[in-house]
Design a protein around this ligand. Structure first.
Ligand code: FES
Length: 121
């Protein structure tokens, strides 16, 4: 990754101090946000967009996980997702996936490794 193309998402420390982070981004020409979190020690990022009725997962509550901590949960209607794959587990949207965003880690900082992503913060 060329230095001038780095798109920092967060540091490992920031991630460890919060249950999740958001970053404003443009992805494939659409303004949106990304959610970033660690699950079982691995960092994941997705476009913060529930396919059910096109809302951010944290639209109604400042949370993206269900009470068990094992599934992502959209706070609008409660659909749940596998945090490792973004796959919806709820019947209406079963099998559809949140848009994953690749991350690369360099010296304790996580960077978006997506060509069609621009940071807008
Ligand atoms: S908008 Fe996410 S569950 Fe309905």
């Amino acid at each position: 990754m060329a230095i001038d193309k780095l798109k920092p998402a967060c540091t490992r420390r920031e991630l460890s101090e919060a249950s999740y982070l958001t970053r404003n981004i443009v992805f494939k020409k659409l303004p949106t946000s990304a959610i970033i979190f660690a699950f079982e020690g691995i960092a994941y990022a997705y476009v913060n967009h529930c396919m059910h009725m096109h809302r951010p997962l944290n639209c109604e509550q400042d949370a993206i996980f269900d009470d068990t901590g094992q599934y992502l949960r959209c706070s609008m209607h409660g659909f749940i997702f596998d945090p490792k794959t973004g796959e919806c587990q709820s019947p209406v949207c079963k099998g559809q996936r949140l848009q994953a965003l690749r991350l690369e880690e360099v010296d304790d900082t996580l960077y978006f490794a997506e060509k069609h992503l621009t940071l807008t913060d």
